[in-house]
Design a protein around this ligand. Structure first.
Ligand code: PLP
Length: 397
């Protein structure tokens, strides 16, 4: 290809590390390499850097630093909560029933399926057409032996912002712990764990312009969670292993910047996202927006669109040849042709799911990127629909 333009529209899959974040991290690979458990000066300096990052991450969600445990990312945080709380409650004879939703990330769904194979029962709540989990549906699913409720804050495929405060309220009315996978919400919507009544919350660094392989679990003071990785006394004895020092420092800086930039970030992303949707609707026939129609109830960067009569995989590959990166469904399922479980849950028929593309814009997206994308998309969709109609005339469908 002679095309040299690069447009990245997959910010929900991952984000680039911000320059300010990288700059903050670099000295912690070389100069400040001390083990934070050591008592001499360079060890203590590392410990101080971790303390600072813990405060930065806590500030982003309205928590206290003592309630933040660093982990290896969003998936680990989700696994930790579900497995540890489930085990603990079951061993205490409190019950073995967990409630989650059909549209969770695989880090939650596959952990629940693992637990089901090990003697636990899981209810997967249905959602509304726009992806909302209603407090009524949750309330109906609660049983005497329910020990944990886990509902994501913002869906990673269709962008739905869930009514977290109301859902947590239902959980607490019945004395049940409430966890939320907030990986897509952190840095994209204001979060206050105290006001929302969240007991546990998973977050990830690489979705907020920090490094990959780093994340955190918020555990409200008063909630006892068993340790997940056994070994040394790191992370208040709950998550052993010498800390990913540079990763933690980078995550802290990314969290600080996310808090600082939140308003601008939301405005920038939603303006470009709305423009993208409007342009696609105007220039391409037979397209549908999946997820909430009320844009204020969506992730600010998310547009999930079905292009009728063609395959999302073909759109993705042709856009890639123009230097444009998008995804079909979620990154985890993009290697398989399994229809997205999220789009299935909101009632999109299989053949339409296969024609669906997720676009997610971010801080470095420009209006020119959107114009270029729409221009390429018009050509790509036209070409694919031509092929598809020729094939169906020949009876190849
Ligand atoms: C990306 C993502 C995860 C996984 O986070 P990692 O840090 O990549 O493990 C979990 N949940 C949601 C909603 C996500 O978008």
């Amino acid at each position: 290809m002679t095309e040299s333009r690069k447009v990245y529209l997959d910010y929900s899959a991952t984000t680039p590390v911000r320059d300010e974040v990288l700059k903050e991290m670099l000295p912690y690979f070389t100069e400040h390499f001390g083990n934070a458990s050591s008592l001499y000066t360079i060890g203590l300096e590392s410990k101080a850097a971790i303390d600072k990052a813990r405060e930065q991450v806590a500030n982003l969600i309205g928590a206290s630093p003592k309630e933040i445990y660093f982990t290896g990312g969003g998936s680990e945080s989700d696994n930790w909560v579900l497995e540890s709380i489930a085990n603990d409650m079951k061993s205490k004879g409190k019950g073995n029933h967990i409630i989650t939703s059909r549209i969770e990330h695989h880090a939650v769904l596959h952990t629940c399926q693992f637990l089901e194979k090990n003697g636990y029962e899981v209810t997967y709540l249905d959602v509304e057409k726009d992806g909302t989990v209603t407090p009524e549906a949750l309330e109906k699913a609660i049983r005497d032996d329910t020990v944990l409720i886990s509902i994501m804050y913002i869906n990673n495929e269709i962008g739905t912002i869930e009514p977290i405060r109301e859902l947590a309220e239902v959980a607490h009315k019945h004395g049940i712990l409430f966890h939320t996978d907030a990986v897509q919400a952190v840095g994209n919507t204001p979060i206050d764990v105290k006001a929302a009544g969240i007991d546990m919350l998973s977050m990830s660094s690489h979705k907020i312009y920090g490094p990959k392989g780093e994340g955190a679990l918020y555990v409200r003071r008063g909630v006892r969670i068993p340790s997940f990785i056994h070994g040394g006394a790191q992370e208040m004895g709950k998550r052993a292993g010498t800390e990913n020092l540079a990763g933690i420092v980078g995550f802290g800086k990314a969290a600080e910047l996310a808090k600082q930039n939140l308003e601008n970030h939301v405005r920038h992303c939603s303006e470009l996202r709305d423009y993208l949707v409007q342009q696609i609707m105007e220039k391409i026939p037979d397209v549908y927006l999946n997820g909430p129609a009320d844009m204020s109830r969506r992730h600010p960067g998310n547009a999930n669109i079905t292009f009728e009569y063609i395959e999302g995989e073909s759109i993705l590959l042709l856009l890639d040849s123009f230097g444009i990166a998008v995804s079909t469904g979620s990154a985890c399922s993009s290697k398989s042709l399994e229809p997205s479980h999220v789009l299935s849950a909101i009632g999109v028929p299989d053949e339409m799911i296969h024609g669906t593309i997720r676009f997610t814009v971010g801080d470095f997206t420009t209006k020119e990127d959107i114009d270029y994308t729409v221009e390429c998309l018009v050509k790509v969709v036209e070409r694919l629909r031509e092929i598809s109609s020729v094939n169906s005339q020949k009876g190849w469908n």
